[in-house]
Design a protein around this ligand. Structure first.
Ligand code: M6R
Length: 610
């Protein structure tokens, strides 16, 4: 989704803005722009449809846009097509107010009509232009006051960065339901929708809360709440390095992040296992509260939802508590059965997904205890949860999630195991076996990663298929969902995941000569049934790529066209292994097809609109 960067200091702003925007490219965008103020040249706006390189060329790397304060933006179109004029910054009629905006102003039509009736001319189709025009409409020599008046009138979600040519010593920022961070430097201050944009310049940051307004000056940052009372912000130090957000010699972030999984898993698992027991710092639930849980709702979107699907199988088996997994965008509108004895597990890599955040609030308002599994420290979902278990995967840049998914899985497994100990629903022997397997998981993932060449070969055989089916039962079905999403989001091949038993209820009519079926049969107790389903599709002409454990390799190889294996482990941990070949398969297929792997079309890393 859209990205914001702001700077005020003593350096030329434009190169800093361009560099920050470059680091936000992964979020997805279709145009870019910036506004910079200089006492001699006034407010200069440069913006263009297309990649950031277009803006960079237009401004000669920022050289033609002079000034030491400014705001920059990458736009992911919502209101109005991607075009130069719809790009941000949007400026007021006089050209004195410039605004960059993430989010959606829901009542923009009514506000636009009001402004047009008062003689204001609009040039773009955007909701953002309404904000710039409205600030000018209310401006009486005090930007902060004008912004305050506008905030009482606009509805929706927004993060705003605002410049005013009449007040050339400040950048104003506002946040509601869309992330914004403040960065602190020597005689300078930064603004960004994502820490990645400013990490090169500062590690000292604050997270803005909903309703807060910040005034950035060269002398520091002042923050006010919605009542315009000063707020003292906590400063946080970002503990990861710029290298973590760079490709480090890899061709794509996605591949780098796939290869980082053993390390990410180690960092997420090891500190949480002490003397053979799971230790979950961040969990406030007492044993009594855990025993009082009547039902669990897992709420998430996309791949995080798929983690929830795995979680449902594992948690219900371990805990004998009903678990429902719901796509966040549905949860808030479905009148869910939630009360004070419900645990809501909210899963999100970014911690900023708007649908997930809205569902979290819905669950909380109905009385649920909110426990989130989040990767981005200090993100909105983390801050609004009672308990947070972080996945220590480090920054994930590729739109297609890989290492965040894998670490979410193991955090959910560890949570389940911890609860099972409290509830007495797991034997000591079983518990210790899973702990032992958790500790060896990073090495086993590393072993799976040695098969890249073979998976690349299969990708070269199948990359030109138009349609792919992923089939499996139980945990293998849950994995198929993720394998299918990975493939379609980055390769644009139509693919679907089916519970194998469902094939005969309709889908099997789509299987014909040469249809590719990826058949997952890692789950031992149902291996024979998986084999029967493979034979069903084979006998109708499908090409089958099988995925199973090392022990079952031989048996599966007899009936499929290609087979990939994962090491044996405890059944509940199999998804942590089997997801890896599926990620690699999607990656290599997309590579063969020449797709923009890290920034697939129409997609964004962090989905901050409904
Ligand atoms: O940041 P989140 O985990 O809340 O994001 C949820 C989905 O948008 C995300 O998992 C999406 O499906 C990915 N592109 C999948 O690779």
């Amino acid at each position: 989704m859209c990205g914001i960067v702001g700077y005020i200091g003593r350096e030329e702003a434009a190169p800093i803005l361009l560099d920050g925007l470059k680091r936000l490219e992964y979020r997805g965008y279709d145009s870019a722009g910036m506004a910079v103020y200089d006492p001699e040249e006034g407010l200069t706006v440069a913006k263009a449809k297309g990649r950031l390189s277009v803006l960079s060329e237009l401004t000669e790397g920022g050289k033609t846009v002079r000034g030491t304060m400014g705001v920059g933006h990458t736009r992911w179109a919502t209101h109005g097509v991607p075009s130069d004029v719809n790009s941000h910054p949007q400026v007021s009629q006089s050209g004195r107010i410039a605004v960059v905006h993430n989010g959606i102003i829901e009542n923009y039509m009514a506000l636009k009509e009001f402004l047009v009736a008062n003689g204001v001319d609009f040039v773009s189709e955007t909701d953002t232009e309404v904000v710039a025009q409205l600030i000018e409409y209310f401006y009486e020599g005090d930007l902060l006051q004008a912004v305050g008046r506008v905030l009482h009138r606009i509805e929706g979600a927004y993060a705003l960065g605002i410049l005013c040519a009449d007040e050339p010593d400040k950048v104003v920022a506002v946040r509601k339901d869309s992330p914004l961070i403040l960065g602190y430097g020597q005689d300078c201050a930064y603004l960004a929708s994502d820490v990645t944009a400013v990490i090169r310049y500062t590690r000292e940051v604050s997270y803005m809360e909903d309703g807060e307004i910040a005034v950035l000056t060269r002398g520091g940052v002042r923050v006010y709440n919605a009542l315009m009372q000063p707020v003292v912000k906590e400063h946080h130090t970002v503990d990861w390095d710029i290298d973590a957000a760079e490709k480090g010699g890899y061709e794509h972030f996605m591949f780098k992040e796939i290869m980082e999984q053993p390390d990410a898993l180690r960092k997420t698992i090891s500190p949480r296992i002490r003397d053979g027991e799971i230790v979950l710092e961040g969990l406030s639930l007492s044993p009594e509260q855990i025993r009082d849980i009547r039902n669990i709702h897992i709420i998430a979107c996309g791949s995080s939802y798929h983690v929830g699907m795995v979680g449902k199988y594992n948690l219900e088996k371990l805990l004998r508590i009903p678990v429902e997994v719901t796509v966040a965008s549905e949860f808030r509108y479905m009148d869910p059965i939630v009360d004070g004895r419900t645990l809501a597990i909210v899963i999100s890599q970014s911690g900023e997904t708007l649908d997930t955040m809205a569902a979290l609030r819905e669950a909380r308002s109905l009385g649920a205890h909110i426990l989130s599994i989040v990767n981005v420290v200090g993100s909105s979902i983390a801050r609004e949860s009672e308990d947070v278990l972080y996945t220590w995967a480090g920054p994930e840049i590729a739109v297609a999630t890989t290492k965040a998914y894998s670490t979410q899985l193991v955090v959910l497994d560890m949570l389940g195991l911890y609860f099972a100990r409290v509830l007495g629903t797991v034997t000591r022997e079983e518990h210790d076996r899973v702990i032992g397997e958790l500790l060896t998981l990073p090495d086993k993932v590393a072993r799976v990663l040695t098969q890249t060449e073979q998976i690349q070969y299969y990708a070269s055989q199948y990359f030109n298929h138009d349609s792919v089916f992923f089939i499996g039962r139980n945990l293998d079905y849950a994995m198929g969902l993720e394998g299918s999403l990975k493939l379609k989001e980055i390769s644009y091949i139509h693919s679907e995941a089916y519970a194998s038993g469902e094939l005969k209820h309709g889908t099997i009519s789509l299987i014909e000569d040469g249809t590719l079926v990826v058949a997952l049969g890692t789950y031992g107790p149902l291996f024979e049934k998986a084999m029967s389903n493979i034979l069903e599709v084979k006998s109708r002409g499908a090409d089958v790529l099988g995925l199973t454990t090392e022990d079952h390799r031989e048996q599966m190889a007899q009936v499929v066209d290609g087979v990939i294996t994962v090491p044996e482990t405890h059944p509940m941990l199999l998804p942590s292994l089997s997801v890896v070949p599926l990620q690699l398969f999607a990656y290599y297929v997309a590579l063969q097809r020449g797709c923009d792997i890290d920034k697939p079309r129409n997609l964004a890393k962090s989905v901050t609109v409904e």
